[in-house]
Design a protein around this ligand. Structure first.
Ligand code: ATP
Length: 272
């Protein structure tokens, strides 16, 4: 499904927008990465795009219809949301937690059936956490919980997937598993993905476009290679970085290397 944001603004404090005049459109199968310093508004952005919090100005449209035109249940049949995994006290088994992701597909008083459980097990296997099925969510690691949340979103078979730092707690291999799954869902199943990330390299690897939040109300949006540059990294994060290309396994890959902090030059010492 397509996702369009029109002239949208939000801020918690009067006169201090986290972002304003946001305009972008994603087609089915597009991956957009959202980058920005801590506190620049990435989670807030996902909450406002999905209608969990109301825009102060502007609107979200899905398949060119405003969010309000979808009932809440219909909306959550189309979209999936993967929150950040935080320490939690969910006394659910992993399988039950994943099955919650089927809720929008079930009748009000229906319970998940054998087909839903089979689907949940397939998703858990795909994420290589099938062995955790009976574990409790308050007794697994942060990375494992993150994968459970991803499974919960995927079992809803969404057309648009929002992910809030899905790879932050994952080891090197699992980061790649998640990036590969997101890429395959987008390329093969035409899932539209919006992914908050603290890893510019992950954006370079899979994102078609990047939205960079400056943390001061400004933003940049455009094709990944246009927006993610050494200059924009310095301006946004205060980090001097180099972007280089390597060829591995026949694939050219661009990667960002942080070099140094972009500190203002030290004032010159008065001559004695
Ligand atoms: N409910 C709230 N009321 C007031 N201010 C809030 C609220 N939630 C978040 N903020 C503030 O808004 C700003 C943006 O927060 P947000 O969580 O969206 O940033 P983020 O880019 O996702 O951060 P991080 O990268 O650290 O996860 C922060 O300064 C935060 O303190």
């Amino acid at each position: 499904m397509s996702l369009t944001i029109r002239n949208a603004s939000y801020g918690y404090r009067p006169g201090q927008p986290l972002f304003s005049g946001l305009d972008f459109a994603l087609s089915p199968g597009d991956i957009m990465a959202v980058l920005g310093p801590n506190g620049s508004g990435k989670t807030t952005l996902l909450n406002t795009i999905t209608g969990m919090m109301a825009w102060q100005q502007g609107e979200t449209r899905i398949n060119d219809k405003p969010l309000a035109a979808y009932g809440e249940r219909a909306l959550w049949r189309h979209i999936g949301y993967v929150p950040q995994a935080r320490a939690n006290a969910f006394a659910y088994s992993v399988l039950d937690m994943v099955l919650l992701g089927r809720a929008a597909h079930l009748g009000t008083f229906s319970r998940p059936g054998a087909k839903d459980r089979a689907l949940a097990r397939r998703v858990l296997e795909r994420l290589e956490i099938g062995h955790l099925e009976t574990a409790y969510c308050n007794a697994i690691s942060g990375g494992e919980l993150q994968l459970v949340f991803i499974a919960r979103a995927l079992i809803g078979e969404p057309s648009i997937l929002f992910l809030d730092e899905p790879e932050s707690h994952l080891d090197f291999k699992k980061q790649l598993i998640i990036l590969d799954i997101i890429e395959r869902l987008a390329r093969e199943d035409r899932l539209t993905c919006v992914m908050n990330t603290h890893f510019p390299n992950h954006a370079l690897r899979i994102a078609d476009s990047v939205l960079m939040l400056g943390g001061d109300g400004t933003h940049r949006f455009g094709p990944t290679n246009t927006v993610l540059t050494e200059d924009s990294i310095r301006a946004c994060f205060g980090v001097n970085a180099r972007i280089d290309t390597i060829v591995a396994e026949g694939r050219a890959m661009r990667a960002i290397y942080p070099v140094s902090l972009d500190r203002p030059p030290a004032p010159s010492q008065p001559e004695s």
